[in-house]
Design a protein around this ligand. Structure first.
Ligand code: HEC
Length: 255
């Protein structure tokens, strides 16, 4: 998932199954995971101490100036928290209107129609991908599967059966650039994602309320093919090329 706007996830947990309780905890896990970086923290710290450019940076950043895994996790997590998007096409338009629901002057008709669909409570996207960070406060189930045997999600971490099949809902900013989609990458395009919500939602026992009918069934959105295109066009306005090209996020070793 994208790192953009990670700081706005209200329950502050990380990974699709929210097994890391904080970003400070999360950043140390891929370093040590055998299928990711496969390092051990003690040898990593020795390695950092052996590189002369790190000591002055740690001294500047931390009152104790120590190169240790605690300060490493603080530094990495603050860097990730700095990855905030506010210069997308969406933001340029948002500044020109009083309310999010007004048509944006810089949007095409298609993008404005897509925005109206996204924000329409009868369609429901904003119920889970809310605020202008387009993020939920915590994990949800969006009906990808009938049952949760393939991956228990949050329930596998908390041993709470009501949380089985719930997954983190990261920010949709820059989502057009982060295919494939969903926790297991099963969907390749944004169109496939919207087709899922349109007529593919499964009646999972933990399906989140906005995707249910009052009688307990599953909602179908009945979107036309053009409306699906409109929603995709809107999601593409959440891409932020200016942020992505910002030199402060570029590789300092590759200048
Ligand atoms: C009930 C809450 C809910 C509603 C309503 C909802 N979503 Fe989602 N959305 C989720 C969850 C949960 C995920 C991640 C699920 C997973 O990976 O298991 C997700 C994932 C996505 C993703 C993929 C994100 C990624 O990084 O892989 C997109 C795009 C998306 N939703 C768009 C939409 C759109 C557009 C709508 C409206 C048509 C919508 N969502 C309605 C909860 C919701």
């Amino acid at each position: 998932m994208s790192l953009t706007n990670s700081r706005y996830y209200a329950n502050r947990r990380f990974f699709w199954d929210e097994r890391a309780l904080s970003l400070e905890e999360q950043v140390l896990l891929p370093i040590q995971d055998p299928v990711e970086m496969g390092m051990n923290l003690d040898s990593l710290i020795l390695k950092l101490k052996g590189l002369d450019y790190y000591q002055p940076l740690f001294s500047d950043a931390f009152s104790d100036g120590e190169i240790n895994s605690k300060n490493l996790s603080f530094a990495l997590s603050q860097f990730i928290r700095s990855m905030v998007s506010y210069t997308s096409k969406y933001d340029v338009g948002r500044l020109q209107v009083a309310d999010q629901t007004n048509d944006f002057p810089n949007f095409t008709a298609e993008e404005n129609r897509g925005k109206a669909l996204f924000l329409n409570p009868a369609i429901g996207c904003a119920a889970c991908h809310g605020t202008e960070a387009f993020i939920a406060p915590g994990a949800r189930n969006n009906g990808l599967d009938v049952d949760n045997t393939a991956d228990l999600g949050v329930g596998g971490v908390t041993n709470n059966s009501n949380a089985e099949g719930l997954f983190k809902v990261g920010s949709l900013r820059n989502v057009a650039l982060t295919a494939p989609y969903m926790h297991d990458g099963r969907l390749s395009t944004l169109r496939e994602v919207i087709e899922h919500y349109n007529n593919g939602v499964k009646n999972n026992p933990n399906l989140s309320a906005p995707l249910r009918l009052p009688n307990g069934g599953v909602r179908r959105l009945n979107l036309s093919s053009n409306e699906i295109d409109d929603l995709v066009a809107f999601l593409e306005t959440l891409s932020d090329p200016e942020m992505l090209a910002d030199e402060k996020f570029s590789d300092p070793f590759n200048k």
